[in-house]
Design a protein around this ligand. Sequence first.
Ligand SMILES: *Cc1c(COP(=O)(O)O)cnc(C)c1O
Length: 409
Amino acid sequence: MALINEHFLKLQNNYLFSDIAKKVNSFKVTHPKEKIIRMGIGDVTQPLAPAVIEAMHKAVEDMAGKDTFHGYGPEQGYPFLIDAIIKNDYASRGVFLEPSEVFVSDGAKSDCGNIGDMLRHDNSIGVTDPVYPAYIDSNVMSGRTGVLEDGKWSDVVYIPCTEANNFIPELPSRRVDIIYLCYPNNPTGTTLSKEELKKWVNYALANDCLIMYDSAYEAYIQDPDIPHSIYEIKGAKKVAIEFRSFSKTAGFTGVRCGYTVVPKELNAFTLAGERVPLNRMWNRRQCTKFNGTSYITQRGAEAIYTPEGKEQVKKTIDYYMTNARIMRESLQSCGLRVYGGENAPYIWLKTPAGLTSWKFFDKLLYETYIVGTPGVGFGPSGEGYLRLTAFGDRDDTLEAMARLKKWLL
Ligand SMILES: *Cc1c(COP(=O)(O)O)cnc(C)c1O
């Protein structure tokens, strides 16, 4: 008899985006002629950079020749991409990594989920709230979260990030072994300063806590004082794993490539209190369960770091960030309270008149035909907020804001 991992049964089956899809579909049935503008799901809309396309075409040609064909590559990624990552994303900011500390993958979501393979089931977990759902659900699957009570898992420490604390998470009052931080943040679009991030690194150093740092949106940072990597903070290599993705940086959501940094200095502990380096464990895990990202994809990712690639990728990010500015200004001029959108492609808006997230979502859909994401779908502290993304087309963004102004003013 095959027994299942019963922790899976604890997962809530009402996945946020399928609930939204259902609501949008029933709206479409009753309003077949209205043009819906989707500002909900966090997917990009602009095509890949020409430099990426060119590199991928060339890589396809490589695969056609006997001498240039590539079969299985290194599980950790090709040196050409790892070197480009180290030089451009880290050395340029004064962070020095060894090639064996960088693990190229098929994206940050898989790595954020898989990383738990290395960690015991009874670690206590801390998350900022609201939160990217994958961090929690992957821990539910491993039995780390306890039971769900009033929308909260009993063994998860929720650290509220709301208007009340200006979206700056306070250090946890209860012990946490593993803490997930995502900055620039999805869903709130807010950031942490170097000083704020330093508090977390110092907390982790003092408490032997492991930080899972998701910086999938670092490319959107405009303010020069905001850290792009947690390793810009002294001591962070001893306490943090960093996840990066080319998905939002360069429109790779459908191509699939990201990477994870596991520094050699980083340890976790056996139950007996013995230190074990995580770098070797992650390498072992990847070599066992992962056979690498495709050569064609990695050549495409490498091209992001060429002078043309950098310029083209920046242009697309500027395009999205201009959308974000337009959205912020329009929403503010309607008297709404908005957060984020300055160093991230997300706008987090406070629902007017104390409406719940879902109530405001419905009104927005039925009265302006705009789809947002209800904040409460990201955690209890998201109640009373709604997320809008700046990943849309410029024309759609402008039209959505014109509709909102007409509706609200
Ligand atoms: C989009 C996103 C990612 C990227 O995931 P990929 O699997 O690389 O596409 C990671 N973390 C957060 C918070 C995201 O929003």
